[in-house]
Design a protein around this ligand. Structure first.
Ligand SMILES: [Zn+2]
Length: 424
């Protein structure tokens, strides 16, 4: 890569580590959505000093938004001297709760052995810091660059992104002509490009019964036993079938390169918040939440049909069996093409920085790319960032300082290709 650009980023290694540390020190835990405002203001202050124009957008009325926990997003933009395309780096600033098992303070941003530790270190404040350093270094080396660079810090990704990227996408922040290319620095590892994700269907299945005294269950109809039959049918018919459905999507880890379903929850009968003894009732309702992850090769209609077929068969074979099914959430699978401009530009960065071909991957779960694509109708979007995905949400989460520096270089080459159109 360009020697000056590479050197400029390397010289800022300590600054990059310090920036990640500073970001980790805002305990932006979601839920409830703590410290969003000061974190957004911190990002804004930094970028304002670099002459970015800054906007704060509060996602009023979205889930969790309140005066105590306002959903504050920040979008910063720098316009180059001449017109050209716009590259947008989008990072979520929210993190999941720290949980147990830490050997360091999760919100201190401890630097140790070449790593920055803390909740959100890899997911994804390290990526945010890398993108800021990449953009600043690129601007310093190429003061006359054409086009524009945007950097956003958005909220609520961990809870679906409704008050973050989804809200902004609805307002036109992730559409042409405002933005052309989007890079989401999620922790997918510094030499991998994430092209998209599998689809999601969450649904609640309820089996119905009839209440009666628990001493005479034959007078009623137990909804929990009906749910037991549902699980048995899933075990016998559904899970083996899902296992057989392989995909051409390069999902990582390998185990997710197929259809999967998690039984997320089951509730039937008396809730467990009672005190004393349970009352002797036959439960008339049992509810199950399923989390089905599906593939480009499947349609959402097929995915739903598959479940309904199992349930309808039970209706025929099992006396009094009845059910309802309710959609909770749907996200279609997506995969950006490898030769899309942003994927090609970042691939060039990986070749130049690491001297090898990038690995193309698909995330097993979704992230904010879904909103950029589905709401913003912007298809030139990938996830690329430093950090090891497996460390996300775990105790002693960390990001390597060298990894951040190297991925900042890749991002800077990406900017160079997309804005200045250099290279192949
Ligand atoms: Zn994330």
């Amino acid at each position: 890569m360009d020697e000056r650009l590479s050197r400029t980023i390397e010289e800022r290694t300590d600054e990059l580590a310090a920036l990640a540390t500073d970001l980790i020190r805002f305990p932006t835990v979601n839920p409830p959505g703590d410290a969003y405002r000061p974190c957004a203001e911190f990002i804004a202050d930094r970028l304002r000093k670099r002459s970015f124009g800054v906007e704060f957008i509060r996602a009023e009325g979205t889930p969790g938004d309140s005066d105590r926990y306002p959903r504050i997003n920040v979008v910063a933009r720098f316009d180059g001297r001449t017109r050209g395309s716009t590259v947008h780096f989008n990072s979520h600033i929210d993190v999941v709760e720290a949980g147990e098992g830490w050997t360091v303070d999760p919100f201190a941003g401890t630097v140790k052995d070449g790593r920055v530790y803390g909740r959100g270190a890899c997911d994804m404040k390290g990526g945010l810091a890398a993108s800021i350093i990449a953009a600043e270094a690129f601007m310093d080396v190429n003061p006359d660059f054409p086009g524009a660079i945007e950097i956003s810090g958005t909220v609520d990704e961990e809870s679906g992104g409704f008050g973050g990227v989804a809200y902004l996408a609805r307002k036109g922040y992730f559409s042409k002509p405002k933005v052309d290319h989007v890079i989401i620095p999620e922790p997918l590892n510094k030499d991998r490009i994430c092209l998209g994700h599998r689809g999601v269907w969450w649904a609640e299945i309820e089996t119905k019964g009839e209440m009666a005294h628990g001493s005479m269950p034959f007078l009623g109809d137990c909804a929990v036993r009906h749910m037991g039959a549902v699980i048995r049918a899933f075990e016998e018919e559904l899970f083996p079938a899902l296992d057989q459905k392989r995909t051409r999507m390069p999902v990582v880890p390998e185990g997710a390169r197929r259809s999967t379903m998690n039984i997320n929850a089951i509730h039937g009968g008396q809730t467990d918040d009672y005190s004393g003894l349970p009352s002797p009732n036959v439960p008339d309702s049992c509810r199950m939440v399923i989390d089905r992850r599906f593939l480009l090769e499947e349609t959402l209609a097929e995915v739903k049909d598959e479940i309904v077929t199992v349930l309808d068969r039970l209706k025929e074979s099992r006396k009094k069996f009845d059910y309802t099914i309710r959609d909770v959430m749907e996200v279609l699978p997506l995969m950006t093409e490898r030769d899309a401009p942003v994927a090609a530009a970042v691939a060039e960065g990986i070749r130049e920085v690491f001297g090898r071909e990038p690995e193309y991957v698909i995330s097993p779960g979704t992230y904010d790319q879904k909103h950029v694509t589905r709401i913003g109708h912007l298809h030139d979007c990938i996830a690329y960032g430093p950090g090891i995905l497996d460390l996300a949400h775990r105790p002693d989460e960390w990001v390597g300082i060298t990894d951040m520096v190297e991925s900042a270089k890749v991002m800077a080459v990406g900017l160079d290709r997309l804005l200045r159109g250099r290279g192949r």
